[in-house]
Design a binder for this molecule. Structure first.
Ligand SMILES: NC(=O)c1ccc[n+]([C@@H]2O[C@H](COP(=O)([O-])OP(=O)(O)OC[C@H]3O[C@@H](n4cnc5c(N)ncnc54)[C@H](O)[C@@H]3O)[C@@H](O)[C@H]2O)c1
Length: 243
């Protein structure tokens, strides 16, 4: 019997992260979810993952705190032995027009969306190198590729993830570690709940609907499990929003 793969999903207690965790669990992976919330808040997510027949574990820490990340990743390896798949998914928005954007607003989004991917990947990749295999997926966004008024900080952080993805794909391809990015469009989650009138957005989407977290999860599962030869790609999953 082959050993079950273990996937670490950051920001995995809800939304897109949870949908990806569930998709990977259904495909036979065991799941470690991280989030900044406490264990009680993450319990429904863990229960849902376990209901798919997977083992599920929760680690609470801030993905942008380098020390906390190192400590927790070392603990994960000590307790579960391996991390085969890393999904850097945790992220926030703090939107505002650029002229009114203060340094705190800028730095916080860059730190939680981009520096976090440095911290977690740095801690995990050495174990993937020892295992001579791994798949890393960074949750970017269409706005990281195309920009969006009011999201200078967010789109810069998501563009940064694309650059990181392509560079790590080049540095680690020979080690059998693949690194890709997924770039969602407008997906129905807590993050987009405050968009207001969605009719305007729908007009811009050829498929005439917002995406679901499951739409993203299918592509994450493909990158994590169904291909051995795709690396360095930033895949838009946006119903044709930008063609
Ligand atoms: N919803 C969309 O339309 C959309 C579009 C493009 C990209 N994305 C990206 O997808 C990812 C998931 O978004 P979502 O819509 O599910 O949002 P969400 O707010 O529902 O989920 C984000 C999760 O990240 C966690 N998180 C935030 N800061 C953290 C930290 N410092 N450490 C650990 N966990 C932290 C939150 O607690 C939350 O559980 C984000 O990176 C987001 O930028 C979302």
């Amino acid at each position: 019997m082959t050993e079950r793969k273990i996937a670490l999903v950051t920001g995995g207690s809800r939304g897109i992260g949870l949908a990806c965790a569930l998709e990977l669990a259904k495909a036979g992976c065991d799941i470690i979810i991280n989030d900044i919330c406490d264990a009680e808040k993450a319990k429904p997510a863990l229960d849902e993952i376990k209901a798919c027949g997977a083992n599920a574990y929760f680690y609470s820490f801030d993905v942008s705190n380098d020390e906390a990340v190192k400590e927790n990743v070392d603990k994960m390896i000590a307790e579960h032995g391996r991390i085969d798949i890393l999904l850097n998914n945790a992220g926030i928005t703090k939107d505002g027009l650029f002229l009114r954007m203060d340094m705190e607003q800028w730095e916080r989004v860059i730190k939680i969306n981009l520096t976090s991917a440095y911290c977690v990947t740095h801690a995990v990749i050495k174990y993937m190198m020892k295992a001579r295999q791994g798949s890393i997926i960074n949750m970017s966004s269409v706005v990281g590729l195309h920009g969006n008024p009011g999201q200078a900080n967010y789109s810069a952080s998501k563009a940064g993830l694309v650059g990181l993805t392509k560079t790590l794909a080049k540095e680690f391809g020979s080690r059998n570690i693949r690194v890709n990015a997924v770039c969602p469009g407008f997906i129905q989650t807590a993050m987009t709940a405050e968009l207001g009138n969605i009719d305007e957005y729908l007009k811009a989407i050829p498929m005439r609907r917002l995406g679901t977290p499951e739409d993203i999860a299918k592509v994450v599962k493909f990158l994590a499990l169904d291909t051995d030869y795709v690396t360095g790609q930033a895949i838009e999953v946006a119903g044709g929003l930008i063609i």
